[in-house]
Design a protein around this ligand. Structure first.
Ligand code: AHR
Length: 497
């Protein structure tokens, strides 16, 4: 099959906010304990954090990490996780029905994040708690000193404030499974008042209000409209969460799920703009897609798990090659919406539905989804350009007119790099791409990276990395016309400079 594309310097969507390459660490399963923190591990640093895991995260260049939940945060007392570790309580953790030892908390996480060159996106508990605990946590983290909570932080050994800029007003408060679940009216009122108090403590923070937990929620998108009706002037972002799975083993339909994600984004933008109009506001609301990924492989195992242990293996999806293709397309969706999607967090980062896996006390390795995430994060910074695409399309079970060619393009103007990301969704045929890049005079092809595999279900394990990229892609550039052969079912990164 054949497709055509035009890429031009002046077809600008927006500058990519690097925070769309964010991730997420929740106190859940082995994300913290046995994941990032494993004091008995031979590669642990003096504080118990694994250097091998840090290194893998640094390869991903993760700019921001959401913490400490997720569903966990809606039952969390942040005070349990600060101060002398031996005095911290062990608690029944109700979201995931485990025991939380509280060996890691706010200070340790902020310090670890700094060490790996990332930032914290902190979520506050608007489930069992509210305005008071939230504003106290902002004071504890961000106030320089001379007050109860800022001095408490100093007493706990952290003289300098953590300077946490981005804060989530609760998590998935629309979901009946959420501890302290609320209707949109009640959440909207609470989020508004929490936002006001938090901002009075530190006016420099940015706030994210909870949007819908996924597109199938019965309250979507009225939830967004009601919530924003209350909070529009006080918050900067509305959140979106979405996970996909290939339960029906229908790869063509599965690879088209990113089309659904794009509709979701479109609907949320429309809802934001409706409230903007209603309020005669000048401000644009931005989108924080702060949970997204594939999640379904581990559902069965998790449903059989006994409660009340510390750091059991929960949500440990083993990702295959087709998952990496969909993850790639989800990233391309964010890039094409770079004007409104300013943050996104792959959920999650280590062991729990994650690109990085570890054995507690043992090895660590890259899952298949690691690669598109890394490529996008490393090469996808600059100006997102609007590709004009002419591609053959297909019909799948849930979607019609799905283009075989999925693409997004980023121009790093400063370093004069152009990166064309492309997925060929065709499961059996290569796609011959003809791409007009004449506005990039003098550029040459530096590299064509490909992630491909004959087996859509191939996975990576600690012993065997079956799915990994190579640089042997087939593309040529002549007189401003790029010709590339994209193998069947493949993820491609064509780098020009
Ligand atoms: O990321 C796993 C869980 O998915 C989160 O805790 C929750 O917010 C979402 O439902």
């Amino acid at each position: 099959i054949k497709a055509r594309m035009i890429v031009d310097k002046s077809f600008r969507i927006a500058e990519v906010d690097k925070r769309i390459y964010g991730s997420f660490i929740e106190h859940l399963g082995r994300a913290v304990y046995g994941g990032i923190y494993d004091p008995g591990h031979p590669l642990a640093d003096e504080h118990g954090y694994r250097n091998d895991v840090k290194q893998l995260i640094q390869e991903l260049q993760v700019p921001i990490i959401r913490y400490p939940g997720g569903n966990f945060v809606s039952g969390y007392n942040w005070e349990d996780g600060v101060g002398p570790v031996d005095l911290r309580p062990k608690r029944l953790e109700l979201a995931w029905r485990t025991i939380e030892p509280n060996e890691v908390g706010t200070n340790e996480f902020a310090q670890w994040t700094r060490e790996i060159g990332s930032e914290v996106m902190m979520a506050v508990n608007l489930g069992t708690r509210g305005i008071d605990a939230a504003r106290n946590l902002v004071e504890y983290c961000n106030h320089p000193g001379g007050t109860y909570y800022s001095d408490l932080r100093k007493q706990h050994g952290y003289a300098d404030p953590h300077g946490i800029k981005t804060w989530c007003l609760g998590n998935e408060m629309d979901g009946p499974w959420q501890i302290g679940h609320k209707n949109a009216e009640d959440y909207g009122k609470l989020a508004l008042e929490a936002a006001k108090a938090m901002r009075l403590v530190d006016s420099s923070i940015e706030l994210v209000a909870c949007g819908s937990s996924n597109t199938s929620m019965a309250t979507f998108p009225q939830w967004e409209a009601t919530t924003l009706d209350y909070t529009y002037d006080e918050v900067d972002f509305i959140s979106l969460h979405q996970y996909y799975g290939n339960q029906e083993n229908d790869p063509a339909n599965y690879l088209a799920r990113s089309v659904d994600m794009d509709h979701f984004i479109h609907t949320v933008i429309s809802t934001c703009d409706y409230i903007k109009a209603k309020k005669r506001s000048k401000k644009d609301m931005y989108l924080s897609f702060d949970e997204w990924n594939v999640w379904y492989h581990s559902n069965d195992a998790d449903s059989k798990m006994d409660p009340w242990s510390i750091a059991p293996p929960q949500l440990e999806d083993v990702y295959n090659f087709e998952d990496a293709l969909l993850v790639g397309s989800m990233l391309l969706t964010f890039l094409r919406r770079a004007d409104r999607v300013k943050m996104a967090c792959m959920a999650q980062l280590v062991n729990v539905i994650a690109p990085i896996m570890t054995e507690t006390g043992g090895r660590s390795w890259k899952q298949t989804i690691f690669y598109p995430y890394m490529h996008a994060s490393v090469y996808g910074r600059g100006i997102s350009l609007k590709p004009v695409i002419d591609s053959p399309v297909y019909d799948a079970k849930d979607y019609t007119d799905v283009p075989y060619l999925d693409s997004a393009v980023v121009h790093d103007e400063e370093n004069e790099h152009l990166t064309i990301f492309a997925v060929n969704r065709h499961l059996t045929d290569a796609l011959d791409l003809n791409c007009d890049v004449r506005s990039f005079e003098g550029y040459v092809i530096e590299e064509h990276i490909v992630l491909e595999n004959d087996d859509l279900k191939a996975v990576n394990t600690a012993d065997n990395e079956q799915v990994k990229p190579h640089s042997g892609g087939n593309s040529t550039l002549d007189g401003g016309m790029l010709t590339a052969r994209l193998s069947k079912a493949s993820w491609n990164v064509i780098r020009l400079r």
